[in-house]
Design a protein around this ligand. Structure first.
Ligand SMILES: Cc1ncc(COP(=O)(O)O)c(C=O)c1O
Length: 353
């Protein structure tokens, strides 16, 4: 229950669309058609109330590729990049591998949830050129509110910081919460934002490597494209395109039902831990299918915690320490799975602790 893809089958309408295209025996170079763009633009308008224009959209096979490209395009060696650990760890690699400097604006863990440390962000922002935002946040399951996003955006605007808003989990929102694309909040913000979206998590098609990067600011878009073109990352994946179009055209009901189901998995885990295994706590869940579990009261952490779970429980979770400062003593558990697996996992976890 570690890596972030689901145990659920990709929905039938995507499998059908891909199979239909596969039955046409020419798999040559392909261009994205108008209907591909329209399907995505309409989805983002319907689901997130954001009006994206086709000319703002640029391609990337994956979001991590886009994050690395953005780091190369918008900063130079030695520049500082802000991240908010505990956070999706490939962000750290994109900074380190490109010889940039990582500035941690560590999230604050309080009352079983996470908050942004805005005082610290204001200080760090004075030295930074770029910020990598995870929205909604992997692994702590926060769906950032409008006020939080506006405050964060203002600090970046005041300090000329470009924001890479990684919104790959945007469609995975639990009942009672609402995802807001950062760039949709104001004309000013849309000029400093590079928004990363994809059908990968939403429809469990991560292996088809098709993502949508939205850059309204023409100068930033040009810089991004120059880096992509320098390594000739310009061609779409034929089947990824077909899958994305089918998902964004037909997937509303499927995603709503899937998130309702995942919400029940979260409720089950929370209730189980509170009533039967109180030494382990789950951070309040608002988005994604990733539960963030606090094991600090068990007396186990780091390699010992992981070894205990793997060797004694046969349970593979993601060790919190890989997500950077603040992750030690936590484990990330993937709940994008049939409830039966989740139940089994908790029963063996209870036996072990
Ligand atoms: C926040 C976040 N960004 C990016 C990715 C991966 O994106 P890709 O596979 O498109 O590179 C993940 C996958 O877990 C993720 O959680």
């Amino acid at each position: 229950m570690w890596v972030a893809d689901m145990d659920f089958e990709t929905p039938g309408f995507i499998v059908e669309a891909v199979s239909k295209r596969a039955s046409h025996p020419v798999y040559g170079y392909s261009l994205m058609g108008q209907s591909y763009y329209e399907a995505f633009i309409s989805w983002v308008k319907r689901r997130h109330n954001w009006e994206v224009k086709k000319e703002w959209m640029v391609f990337s096979p994956g979001i991590v590729t886009a994050v690395n490209t953005a780091v190369m395009a918008f900063t130079k060696a030695g520049d500082s990049v802000i991240v908010q650990p505990p956070v999706y760890f490939p962000f750290f690699n994109s900074i380190k591998n490109n010889k940039r400097k990582q500035l941690n604006n560590q999230l604050i863990y309080i009352d079983d949830t996470y908050k942004i440390d805005f005082d610290d962000l204001r200080k760090k922002a004075m030295d930074a050129k770029l910020m990598l935002l995870s929205s909604p946040h992997n692994p702590v399951s926060r769906c950032w509110t409008k006020n939080e996003l506006i405050s964060l955006g203002k600090i970046c605007l005041d300090n000329d910081i470009i924001i890479i808003s990684d919104e790959i989990h945007a469609d995975l929102i639990l009942p009672g919460h609402k995802h807001i694309p950062l760039a949709s909040l104001s004309e000013e913000l849309s000029q400093i934002c590079v928004t990363c979206m994809a059908p990968s998590k939403t429809f469990n098609v991560a292996g088809l490597f098709t993502s949508m990067i939205i850059i309204e600011n023409e100068k930033l878009r040009k810089k991004y494209n120059e880096v992509m073109e320098s390594v000739h990352l310009v061609h779409a994946n034929l089947f990824g395109m077909v899958a994305a179009q089918a998902g964004y055209s037909e997937g509303d009901e499927w995603v709503d039902e899937m998130m309702f189901y995942i919400g029940q998995n979260f409720n089950y885990v929370d209730e189980f831990l509170k009533t039967r295994l109180p030494s382990i706590k789950m951070a309040k869940a608002e988005a994604t299918y990733l539960a963030w579990l606090d094991f600090s009261k068990t007396g186990y952490k780091g390699d010992k915690l992981n070894a205990k779970l793997v060797a004694e429980a046969g349970l593979g979770l993601s060790p919190g320490s890989i997500f950077g400062p603040g992750g030690e003593g936590f484990m990330r558990m993937n709940l994008g799975a049939p409830k039966q697996y989740v139940e089994e996992a908790l029963v063996i976890m209870k036996k072990v602790f």
